[in-house]
Design a protein around this ligand. Sequence first.
Ligand SMILES: O=C(COP(=O)(O)O)NO
Ligand SMILES: [Ca+2]
Ligand code: NA
Ligand SMILES: [Zn+2]
Length: 305
Amino acid sequence: MLVTGNDILVPARAGKYGVGSFNTNNMEITQAIIHTAERLRSPVMVQMSEGAIKYGGQDLANIVIDLARRATVPVALHLDHGSSYESALKAIKMGFTSVMIDASHHDFEGNVKETRRVVEAAHAMGISVESELGRLGGIEEHIVVDEKDAFLTDPEEAVQFIEQTGTDYLAIAIGTSHGAFKGKGRPYIDHARIEKIAGLTGIPLVAHGSSGVPQEIVERFRKAGGEIGDAAGIADEDLQRATGFGIAKVNVDTDLRLASTVGIREALMANPKEFDPRKIFGPARDVMSQVIEHKMRVLGSVGKA
Ligand SMILES: O=C(COP(=O)(O)O)NO
Ligand SMILES: [Ca+2]
Ligand code: NA
Ligand SMILES: [Zn+2]
């Protein structure tokens, strides 16, 4: 069933488990996310960035909304990294049931102002809101945040920010970053900071940049002709510790990008004569499903629906 982000995340925070929020850009990715959630009886969030909206528009949103409505587990459609009030409102009009306003590149007051505007409008329409305090490293699709500017979330500021905005859930900067190269080897996650913020706040917390970049998938990507440097993601045990404190929404995009590309590359390599798109895009679903299943088991959302 199609539900709001709060319907999924408030129980997750209370139950100290995480729920995957997976980015989609087409039908096959959407099917892999929702069918795997149904198979494992797991709640799930499907998210579209502004880039995905540019790429697939209402067509893609309608695929997600229809699959979500027919799903036998709770599914929310979430706007990832909404960059403005207008973008958030447009997503709500498109049928999204959860929106992020990412105004974390503004100063505190600017972020509060923009976030509160979205919260008031979204709440008036029964939609829940994610906002962000602190700046992730790595590439945010429209904002390049280089290491020196990436600053971690201050726990006391987080309390103030939540009070002044009414945000339903909060993305915090705790050491993760977007993309396939999250720092040398195992990225540093500030568990003490997560524990402190969770201790001072009661709302679901969000971890961005939470792809694990499994080495097995990276190897398969290379073997199937893909080129990638020494890629690294967040370790499973780091995610498990984080969800134990209060991280309830866990964003995953890179793992599905790698998994779907592995499926397609392997299909093309194995059968040079193949030109039936179902035989080329279909295998991507299977590889993505394995990656999604692993993530849901790590987060503890299996059987929670
Ligand atoms: O935070 C993410 C995705 O992060 P990854 O690149 O680690 O999948 N989307 O908002
Ligand atoms: Ca941001
Ligand atoms: Na988001
Ligand atoms: Zn993100």
